[in-house]
Design a protein around this ligand. Structure first.
Ligand SMILES: [Zn+2]
Length: 298
């Protein structure tokens, strides 16, 4: 999708345009813009995505904080008498690093609706952090494996574990993202798999952060055999509120807005025209209409 703005078609995480905006470095957003040589984005996002492009700007285009992950931005386009906002992926509540989205006023809003279902109301972040700390504390003689997306969620989980005195073992790919976080001032205490330090750590019960697909019971069982030590696995994802995972524990840790946040965002923005991507936002619009009587188009 693109929006015409002062003579250029601005792409919204999309390649079919004159100049793309890249909201953040998750691969479902970067794939469309890789071929471009100039991109409107944050330096953090370009670095995390590994796209060898130049940062660009455009009259009428302003980036705003989005929360979500390091470098994530929203785009405000002030063009031809209309203020349009593309949210990218957003989180309204501050994460463990204090990152959170701003809510700009606009006429037209194009926003994510990953959790556009009233079943998704996330518990306070502190409660989820406490769940993680208690699980680690309750299992001192077991290896613990926690499945997280390698960019964003893994860095949050490392910080949560650091705050309860644990430095987890991480994959090389997760490490490559951690080093960018550190470059931008976020300290993360972790051990990289394959290093001497990791070998030493594995002589005792350890905590490891792995990609979501690995944190399953069969893999935990294989680790238990290899290390002759009980091994438990968990996942950290907002979907844990609704779906069952093949794990011993599931933490509802999300870096997206939940249903109430989406409703709040639409109301506060004052947008009269709202479009959604990444999910169905119809129930968000119904809730906004029921609360405020607003007349909205979608
Ligand atoms: Zn994302």
């Amino acid at each position: 999708m693109h929006i015409p703005c002062r003579g250029l078609r601005i792409g919204l995480d999309h390649s079919d345009c004159d100049l793309p905006f890249l909201s953040h470095a998750h691969s479902d957003h970067t794939s469309g813009v890789k071929k471009h040589k100039k991109i409107i984005s944050s330096p953090e996002t370009l670095e995390l995505s590994g796209i060898p492009a130049e940062l660009a700007s455009h009259d009428g285009a302003t980036m705003l904080p989005a929360g979500h992950i390091l470098g994530a931005r929203q785009l405000l386009l002030d063009c031809d008498g209309e203020r349009a906002v593309y949210s990218g992926d957003i989180s309204l509540k501050p994460n463990i690093f204090g990152m959170k989205a701003e809510v700009p006023s606009c006429d037209r809003l194009i926003m994510e609706a990953t959790y556009g279902d009233p079943a998704y109301l996330f518990p306070p972040m502190e409660d989820v952090h406490r769940m993680v700390a208690e699980w680690v504390k309750a299992n001192p003689t077991s290896n613990l494996v926690i499945g997280c997306y390698e960019l964003g969620k893994s860095q949050e989980m490392i910080k949560i574990l650091n705050e309860c005195g644990t430095a987890p073992i991480v994959t090389e790919k997760t490490e490559s993202f951690c080093s960018v976080y550190e470059k931008y001032g976020i300290k993360l205490d972790r051990i990289v798999v394959g290093t001497e330090e990791a070998e030493e750590a594995m002589t005792h019960p350890f905590v490891s952060i792995l990609p979501m697909g690995k944190a399953k019971r069969y893999f935990a069982y294989r680790l238990a055999e290899a290390f002759e030590r009980p091994t438990l696995c968990a996942v950290a994802t907002g979907w844990a509120l609704h779906y069952r995972f093949d794990s011993d524990m599931a933490f509802p840790l999300s870096d997206h807005a939940d249903f109430n946040d989406l409703v709040h965002y639409v109301e506060q923005s004052g947008a009269k025209h709202v479009e959604f991507f990444c999910g169905d936002g119809s129930r968000v619009l119904d809730a906004v209409k029921a609360k405020s009587g607003a007349i909205l188009n979608s």
